[in-house]
Design a protein around this ligand. Structure first.
Ligand SMILES: Nc1ncnc2c1ncn2[C@@H]1O[C@H](COP(=O)(O)OP(=O)(O)OP(=O)(O)O)[C@@H](O)[C@H]1O
Ligand SMILES: [Mg+2]
Length: 415
């Protein structure tokens, strides 16, 4: 076997190497390295050569394959990513769900990559360059937001997933291979999605490689990686709260109500209803309307309204929100939230919970509940339909709970 270069990876894991057996099934073949045993100093021992001492044996040094699990929730407004390496969470990313296809390979830009997922008539790879995340808006080209189309987050799933991988801060260290410019990535990609897992897998399976900052990574995705229902982490959070638990996930597009059965080891989804149009995008529309009703001469753009909503506060029973010109528009936001609760698909979601919530706990999750005024007014509405306060469970960081609780399944102590 040709002698291979000893890379930084080897040094990093030298403590483990001492105890590794070369027949360890976890060792990746491509990363077996040969290292010579220390040479005998012939000048110090001139007899060494004459005595025909056996030549120093080459010892096999192996790089243990790291188990890389990525848990991905590619939402309409934010891609949430958890990276677990060898059973430990090492990165936690939240990326804007915006993509832009560019003409040239972008370099040094977060979330930028080149890939191919098809061949032309001459059997040559068709090359695509993409930027995913907030940098996508800075490419001087039209960008696509996942909130722009009904099915965008499924259609663009491979791009979002590769964008998330390209955004990992330590991608090179996660890869294996002896060539610095051509590496391999083996990933167990766990998805949280309402979409058909076969559609997601087929889209991703077509992507055989990606190039990030001049380094080409061949990609292999574990075929056995699972797809969980969107919001599954919230069900895990409520697992010990009752044998039947409901979740209400208020995202950007949907206000999804799911029912889970907790009689087994892991929660099992019994039913779900997405209530499309019940999410924050509809609240922003309501907000635009109520602001315009107050003073139509000073227009605030929807993107600004979203920022105002996200930075709004709720104190002593009052909603506070500040317009770009310094105006206080908290009362307009309060009206908007109340209309959103009363007369949109969110109303259906709340109605469907109004009777079951009297008996069973409800975990309230999704980025919508990161807005304190939303949390307060939705809670108030649910309590008005005679749901006891004890049955309303607000987890910490409700916007990330669907992902963060997945560590219960995928980190080392629970693996
Ligand atoms: N930390 C936060 N502070 C304030 N607002 C937030 C926060 N996180 C999320 N939001 C708001 O909640 C909205 C919904 O966020 P979430 O991440 O649940 O949506 P999504 O998963 O991308 O959408 P969908 O589930 O519909 O695909 C965001 O668009 C944002 O406006
Ligand atoms: Mg979501």
């Amino acid at each position: 076997m040709p002698r291979k270069k000893v890379t930084g990876d080897v040094e990093a894991s030298s403590a483990q190497l001492d105890n590794e057996s070369t027949v360890n099934p976890d060792i990746e073949q491509g990363d077996e390295l040969l290292e010579e045993a220390p040479k005998t100093d012939v000048t110090a021992n001139p007899e060494a050569e004459q005595t025909n001492e056996p030549k120093p044996k080459k010892t096999r040094v192996t790089v243990p394959k790291r188990e890389i699990t990525i848990i991905l929730d590619g939402g309409r407004s934010r891609i949430k990513v958890l990276l677990i390496v060898d059973g430990q969470v090492t990165s936690n990313l939240v990326i804007d769900s915006v993509v832009c296809q560019t003409d040239a390979p972008p370099f040094g830009e977060l979330g930028a990559f080149t890939m191919s997922r098809g061949k032309d008539e001459n059997k040559k790879d068709i090359i695509e360059h993409w930027v995913v995340g907030s940098s996508a808006k800075l490419q001087g080209k039209p960008f696509t937001s996942m909130s722009d189309g009904e099915n965008h987050k499924v259609d663009y799933f491979p791009i979002l997933a590769l964008g998330a991988i390209a955004s990992l801060p330590n991608l090179y260290e996660l890869s294996t291979g002896s060539n610095e410019k051509t590496r391999s990535l083996t990933i167990k990609l766990i998805t949280l999605s309402l979409a058909n897992p076969l559609d997601l897998k087929a889209g991703l399976g077509a992507c055989k490689w990606m190039k990030v900052d001049g380094i080409k990574y061949s990609l292999s995705f574990s075929k056995t990686a699972l797809n969980y229902p969107e919001g599954y982490g919230a069900a895990l959070f409520g697992q010990d709260k009752g044998s039947t638990v409901y979740t209400l996930d208020v995202g950007f597009g949907t206000a999804c109500v799911s029912q889970y059965n907790n009689q087994g080891k892991l929660p099992k989804r019994v039913s779900h209803k997405p209530n499309g149009g019940g999410g924050i995008s509809t609240l922003i529309r309501e907000f635009a309307e109520s602001v315009a009703n107050g003073d139509s001469s000073r227009l605030i753009k929807p993107s600004q309204l979203r920022e105002i909503l996200e930075s709004s506060t709720f104190q002593d029973g009052t909603v506070n929100a500040i317009a770009p010109d310094g105006r206080e528009i908290g009362s307009a936001l309060e009206v908007a939230i109340k209309n959103w609760i009363r007369d949109t698909p969110l109303t259906f979601a709340l109605e469907s919970l109004s009777t079951v919530g009297r008996k069973h706990p409800i975990v309230l999750c999704g980025g919508g509940f990161e807005v304190p005024a939303v949390q307060h007014l939705v809670k108030e509405a649910l309590m008005q339909s005679s749901i006891p306060q004890n049955n309303l469970i607000f987890p910490p960081s409700p916007g990330l709970i669907a992902l963060s609780e997945m560590t219960k399944i995928y980190t080392q102590t629970n693996a």
